[in-house]
Design a protein around this ligand. Structure first.
Ligand code: NAD
Length: 398
């Protein structure tokens, strides 16, 4: 069985991660754990090792060391924040697009127009993380000069988690905002066909004493990655996440993944799903419509390997000091007031960004990232495919 797994190619690797063969892979991985080949439960991958592994793979795929680090650091942060669907799990997709000559691993983003607080960037089909970092740096530079900076990008690719970019602005004492359009996966309210993407957005602002608000969310009920993870865990999905092939709500994760018809945030029309649909369309206006990239149903289908993505993205940085004094202090008070609210079940009210911070604390306490055995198996196979050193696991610290 082991030899069979070792012969996995890139496409088999993709299957391992996403298709119905996950069930078989799960059994294999479980068997390996129980026979003691790898005691995955007690092992973690240190953050630097995650970056090293991704960097090595990306360099092998043809990127510069600098860009490989940009991708590696970004994907590590996604996993660190607990968004495993958008961390290392996504690397295979980037490599596949490079191998199929769909993404240009050495391209550099270029300014199309630059006027005071605003710029339009052509990503030149470079890696999404490279374009995203470039654009947010530009927006930050402008916000420091003009109080606000806004950059729209076209010719881009999947850029990972939105919060990465808002946090870049927050580190500079600014409010960060970003959003991206994505391949059509969301069925607008009343439709049984997808026409908008998961179109995520993020806004973040730092408060005092390390506190912060970091909203980072898809405008669909969930990101598709959450359904992939449900498949990997052999779980059903809750009602209100996705439609089946008949256009009716489904709870079957495999069926939902196959159909890929996500419901907007809020679910169906009765539970106000049209608001999520409206937010998704708002993101599309800030991204595809403003930048001149592909938009809505005209974007390539999810995971299609034969067409450039030409995604649109929007990045904003705002200097709170350009407005009334004391905004940071007011935010600190507000976050405390919200956290102190009484609850019916004894659980504390959270602020957007809290769940991610808790996950980061856990990772730091354990000395690294705890990956699902299937992710680890898939990464081992991928290391072989790319001809790089596999990720080294270490025992958990506690
Ligand atoms: N690049 C892309 O194409 C793409 C597409 C979709 C999603 N994503 C990324 O996927 C990630 C996951 O998105 P998601 O929508 O599944 O996120 P999610 O549903 O896990 O969380 C959304 C937001 O809600 C907050 N939150 C969670 N529980 C909370 C609670 N009890 N109280 C208050 N706030 C709470 C989180 O901190 C987060 O800010 C994001 O990082 C997003 O940027 C990327």
């Amino acid at each position: 069985m082991l030899t069979v797994i070792r012969k996995v190619t890139l496409s088999r690797f993709l299957e391992l991660l996403t298709s119905s063969s996950l069930l078989r892979a799960r059994t294999v991985a479980a068997g390996m754990t129980s026979t003691g080949s790898q005691d995955y439960d007690q092992k973690v991958v240190p953050k630097n090792e995650v970056i090293r592994f991704i960097e090595d793979c990306m360099c092998k795929a043809g990127t510069t060391k600098e860009d490989a680090y940009a991708v590696g650091h970004h994907l590590m942060i996604a996993d660190y924040r607990g968004h495993f669907s958008h961390g290392m799990n996504r690397m295979h997709m980037y490599v596949k697009d490079i191998e199929h000559r769909i993404t240009d691993p050495t391209a550099r983003p270029q300014i199309v127009t630059d006027f005071q607080a605003i710029a339009l960037v052509d990503g030149k089909n470079a890696l999404g993380q490279v374009i995203g970092k470039y654009c947010m740096e530009k927006a930050i530079e402008k916000a420091k000069k003009f109080g606000i900076g806004m950059v729209a990008a076209r010719g881009s690719n999947h850029y990972g988690i939105c919060a990465y970019y808002t946090m870049m602005a927050m580190e500079q004492g600014l409010i960060g905002f970003t959003c991206t359009n994505t391949s059509p996966l969301m069925a607008p309210t009343r439709s049984m066909k997808s026409a908008l993407g998961t179109n995520p957005l993020s806004l973040g602002m730092a408060a005092c004493n390390g506190d912060e608000f970091v909203l980072d969310m898809a405008t669909t009920a969930v990101a598709l990655g959450k359904i992939e993870l449900a498949i990997r865990k052999n779980e059903n999905i809750p009602e209100g996440w996705a439609l089946g092939p008949d256009g009716k709500v489904t709870c079957n994760s495999e069926e939902a993944f196959k159909t890929s018809l996500l419901m907007p945030l809020g679910g169906d029309e009765h539970s106000s799903g049209y608001k999520g649909y409206g937010l998704g369309l708002m993101v599309e206006i800030l991204c595809g419509i403003l930048s001149g990239s592909f938009f809505g149903p005209n974007i390539r289908p999810w995971k299609s390997g034969d067409k450039v993505a030409n995604l649109g993205q929007c990045f904003m940085a705002i200097n709170p000091e350009a407005f009334a004094d004391g905004s940071k202090e007011r935010l600190t008070i507000l976050l405390k007031q919200l956290r102190d609210l009484p609850t019916s079940d004894g659980k504390t009210v959270l602020i957007a960004g809290d769940p991610e911070r808790r996950h980061m604390e856990k990772v730091d306490m354990e000395g690294g990232m705890t990956y699902h055995p299937n992710q680890l198996k898939a990464s081992e196979e991928f290391a072989k495919h790319m001809g790089v050193q596999p990720m080294k696991l270490v025992p958990k610290s506690v």
